[in-house]
Each structure stands twice: as structure tokens, then as C-alpha cells.
Ligand binder design. Structure first.
Ligand code: ZN
Length: 216
């Protein structure tokens, strides 16, 4: 691969800093993780957004979370059609092989993917309508939920509600996977929906009885 370049120097410097401190001080722990394998208690599905930092929010160490990130923390419906399904593969491995006890979907404020879906639903994003737009096609997972927020006039409030609906849509789609449905019904797996406010550091959890996200 002739186009690959050496690592930028700022990353080389940071890596050596980590190796000499965090790694060096916890070498035994790292070696144990390497030999014993991973046994994460939870899987987290979050957005690719660089401001969403699930390991910081929960102070998590290596080996604690099985993390999958994609645009707008979406899970597509179960579709065993022989195609490439990265998110479904991650979910399958976490539930059937690692047997995680918790499946957490983490949404967030100011989500660019969710905003793109709003623009698309309002007919304001012809570039996302293109068949060649991977983001546009991916955000179609969320489109059916727009009906529920279409009447919200304030654009900021509408986006925040739609971001929460992205979490709900993902949880609903997770339940269409037979191995998830059976694990949930057997009491071996629980689903959790979270939404974080980046600017305020807030965290809300979906409460099924209220049908709403409540502060943690
Ligand atoms: Zn996002």
C-alpha cells in the first residue's frame, strides 16, 4: 500500500508518553487482559463524534466496554441478507460470543448525522438523497421516527428530541435480532438508552414507564 505514511509525530510522542506511564504502571493488568481474553460486562453503541467519550464519562478502563461507534449511534433492523453489516456483526459478537450483560445505546446533543436526517426529511439535503451518499442511506434507518418530531417548531429542541428518538429506534431495532430478543427475555441481557448533552455534561436515561429520557 504505497499511500500509507508514517504516524504523525504528535501521535508518536503521545504514544511513547502512554507507554512509559500508564502502560508501565499497569503492565500486569495489560498482560492479564492479553492472556485471559476480554470479558466486558457491557457493550456501548455510540456515535463516531469525537466529542462523545464514553470511556471518560464512565471512567472505564481497558477491557470494560465493548464499543461500537457509527454515524448517529444507529442499529439497523435485523437483515440476514448476506450483505456487509458492520454494526450487526459487532452486536452479534458482543451478545453471542462475549455474552455481555448490558447493551447501551448512547446518543448525544449536536449530532451531525441526526441533523442531516432532519435536513433530508425536510427536503433540504439533496446531496444526502443521492444513492452514492453512504451517510444519507445510513440515516434512512432513522427516517421513520421523524413523524414524531415533525411538529416541533424550535429547531434546537427538534434536533434534541430526534437525537433521543435515534436511541429509541436503535433499541427497537436491537430487539429484532432473534439472539437479542431471546437473551433479553431470558433475563441475561438488558438494553439501556442514554443521551448525553455535550456542552452541559448531562446524561439522561430512557425510562420505559414514562416513555421519556430522564436525568441520571
Ligand atoms: Zn453524532
Amino acid at each position: 500500500m504505497e499511500f500509507a505514511k508514517p504516524l504523525p509525530s504528535y501521535l508518536v510522542t503521545r504514544y511513547h508518553g502512554w507507554k512509559a506511564t500508564s502502560y508501565e504502571e499497569n503492565q500486569g493488568w495489560y498482560r492479564r487482559l492479553a492472556t485471559e481474553g476480554q470479558r466486558p460486562r457491557a457493550m456501548v453503541i455510540s456515535c463516531c463524534d469525537s466529542r462523545v467519550h464514553v470511556t471518560s464519562i464512565f471512567g472505564a478502563d481497558q477491557g470494560e466496554f465493548f464499543i461500537h461507534r457509527n454515524i448517529a449511534n444507529l442499529v439497523p433492523p435485523y437483515a440476514p441478507d448476506g450483505d456487509h453489516h458492520g454494526t450487526s456483526a459487532a452486536v452479534e459478537y458482543a451478545v453471542t460470543a462475549l455474552k455481555v450483560a448490558h447493551l447501551i445505546v448512547l446518543g448525544h446533543s449536536q449530532c451531525g448525522g441526526v441533523q442531516g436526517c432532519i435536513d433530508m426529511c425536510k427536503g433540504q439535503a439533496p446531496e444526502l438523497e443521492q444513492k452514492t451518499s453512504f451517510v444519507g442511506r445510513w440515516m434512512e434507518i432513522l427516517k421513520p421516527k421523524f413523524e414524531g418530531v415533525a411538529d416541533i417548531e424550535d429547531p434546537v429542541d427538534q434536533a434534541r428530541q430526534f437525537e433521543r428518538q435515534a436511541v429509541v429506534a436503535s433499541m427497537e431495532n436491537l430487539m429484532t435480532f432473534p439472539f437479542i430478543e431471546s437473551a433479553v427475555k431470558a433475563g441475561e441481557l438488558s438494553l439501556h438508552g442514554l443521551w448525553t448533552d455535550i456542552g452541559e455534561g448531562g446524561l439522561e436515561c430512557y425510562e420505559p414507564k414514562a416513555g421519556a429520557f430522564l436525568p441520571v
